[in-house]
Design a binder for this molecule. Structure first.
Ligand code: ZN
Length: 139
């Protein structure tokens, strides 16, 4: 059993930015030389999330609209009183979706659906630099 970790640096433009990480994750998998196991994609930070979607223009508009409906950015949250940074909604969205995505690795390939991409969701109210961790475990 081997474990290898890689970093993916991403610049985001702030809330609503959705970035397809799949090509970079696949590149990390190739460099790891691990063929079978698990791939963990993780974002350190409490105002972003990792999930999977079909990366197409309709969903790239639907998803931010969905978050705006369930956790509106214009509302005052308790967190905003704690720090005054105005991103309470971003923390809640991040907690809802989660900071990681796990994907099986089979014969050197990520096991994903044809229309399934691994994405970073940025929720913070300002542009951010994110260093995504890709940890691959297997043999
Ligand atoms: Zn905050």
């Amino acid at each position: 059993m081997a474990t290898k970790a890689f970093g993916i640096n991403v610049s985001t433009s702030g809330d609503g930015d959705i970035i397809d990480l799949t090509p970079k994750v696949a590149e990390s998998v190739g460099q790891s030389e691990i063929k079978n196991g698990m791939v963990l994609v993780f974002v350190p930070g409490a105002t972003a999330a990792i999930t999977s979607i079909e990366y197409e223009p309709g969903l790239l508009a639907d998803l931010p609209e969905f978050f705006e409906r369930i956790l509106p950015s214009g509302k005052l949250y308790h967190h905003d009183r704690t720090w005054g940074d105005g991103n309470g909604y971003a923390h809640l969205r991040s907690a809802l979706i989660g900071a990681s995505f796990t994907c099986p690795l089979n014969s050197g390939k990520l096991v994903l659906g044809t229309w399934q991409q691994i994405v970073l969701l940025e929720f913070d109210n300002r542009p951010r630099q994110r260093e995504i961790v890709v940890q691959i475990q297997g043999e």
